[in-house]
Design a protein around this ligand. Structure first.
Ligand SMILES: CNCc1ccc(Oc2cccnc2)o1
Length: 407
């Protein structure tokens, strides 16, 4: 059909393929052969746009579906990415990251937590006795805050800590990314663990919005609100041992990891970044087949695994024992214990032995608390900071998959 080849030709022409004229041509009828040279500067990646341009060029009507596809492309061209630095507290107990809330911006430093989905902060609505050094959000001091009338929230974390309060919509900025009407959960009450954690002004949930605790209407996480503006709907974590790391949004930084990324599907049915590891190894032994279902959780400090695996690991650590006074396995801080390896699809993640040495339990640094402990009672394993800080991890909401890479 004439129209199609013509359009195809035009579309082809629209690909920016330039024709290079030969150095000379014969004066008479002769023939000419033109060698094509690709135009390196021509960024052209959108078929529907090419087709629409071709229709336009030849005066053909542009079908509604094609027009919509081009509009979506043009709208999405205003895509963003973002990055923000995160710093480890002592012993990497948690990683704190700066955010800004309101107009003019109020700066707070919060714990980004892929294991929960509420953005809550210390606020002026709390009793003074419950605030010990934290920065607080004052909704009355923000011209863009708007109370979400009748909404409340209450959350309890895996370590027993808890908080509750009411809700405002306000502008939240992380790095260069801004969400204008983010649900900001202002604390009225927090448990002692938070009051006694002076550098932590709140939590920013990066789990799935399905487990946001706001009632009567659960609210979206910052990531869920910003992801439509991102180049691609993912964020990455690069937590480090006792050094600044980063959270990136909308892109995978190839300089942040080495080797290949091992991808594994995510089960978000419980609102978490859940996945199943096919097995584990202690030290240099070969991987044992043992399905481990757990979540990637930046808000949990340690690596919590099935009791049988924890026992198998510590059976190979000299002097290791379960110390009920500590509530976990302890062992001599020297020599360095063996590495712990877990599988991710057909790849592996190695937790170096010196990361399993979580922290001394005595001032003489004789005995250390293990970074690997039991997940008993939780119902699934928790790949917390001890596991995450060994890797560059991609939390891909688009593909609903986790990517783990060495660094
Ligand atoms: C250190 N305890 C207070 C505190 C800081 C961060 C959190 O929140 C948590 C705790 C456990 C799991 N996930 C998030 O609690």
């Amino acid at each position: 059909m004439l129209l199609y080849p013509t359009l195809l030709t035009a579309a082809f022409a629209a690909t920016g393929m330039a024709a290079a004229a030969p150095a000379h041509t014969t004066g008479n009828k002769g023939t000419a052969s033109l060698v094509q040279v690709r135009n390196p500067n021509f960024e052209f990646r959108h078929g529907p746009l090419a087709l629409a341009k071709a229709y336009q060029k030849f005066g053909a009507p542009i079908p509604e579906d094609l027009r919509a596809a081009v509009a979506r492309f043009r709208r999405n061209q205003k895509r963003q990415t973002g990055t923000v630095e995160t710093d480890a507290e002592k012993h990497d107990v948690e990683y704190l990251t700066p955010i800004s809330i309101g107009t003019p911006p109020q700066d707070l430093i919060v714990d980004f937590d892929t294991g929960s989905s509420d953005l809550w902060v210390f606020s002026t609505e709390m009793a003074a006795k419950d605030i010990k050094g934290q920065a607080v959000y004052d909704p009355n001091n923000s011209s863009t805050s708007e109370k979400l009338q009748g909404s409340t929230w209450q959350i309890t974390y895996g370590d027993g800590s808890s908080s509750s309060g009411d809700v405002y919509l306000d502008t939240v900025t992380i790095g260069n990314l801004t969400v204008p009407n983010q649900a900001v959960e202002a604390a009225k009450k927090v448990s002692d663990e938070f009051t006694d954690d002076p550098n932590n002004d709140g939590l920013l949930g990066l789990g799935f919005s399905s487990i946001n605790t706001v009632q009567p209407t659960p609210q979206n996480t910052f990531f869920d609100n910003v992801k439509k503006n991102l180049d691609t709907p993912l964020f990455t974590t690069d937590l480090k041992h006792g050094a600044p790391g980063s959270y990136n949004f909308g892109y995978i930084d190839p300089a942040a990891y080495i080797g290949n990324i091992s991808w594994t599907p995510v089960d978000n049915s419980q609102g978490f970044w859940g996945f199943t590891s096919p097995g584990y190894a202690v030290g240099t032994e070969t991987l044992r087949n043992h399905s481990i279902s757990g979540i990637a959780d930046t808000g949990t400090t340690l690596l919590l695994l099935p009791k049988s695996i924890v026992k198998a690991y510590y059976s190979e650590v000299q002097g290791a024992q379960y110390d009920s006074s500590q509530g976990g396995y302890v062992f001599p801080c020297s020599p360095t214990p063996p590495d712990f390896v877990f599988g991710v699809n057909n790849g592996i993640v190695t937790v170096p032995g010196d990361m399993v040495l979580y922290a001394p339990i005595d001032s003489a640094n004789q005995n250390c608390f293990g970074g690997i402990q039991s997940d008993t009672g939780i119902g699934f394993s928790i790949f917390g900071d001890v596991a995450l800080k060994t890797s560059f991890v991609v939390f891909d909401a688009g593909g609903l998959q986790l990517g783990w890479a060495a660094k």
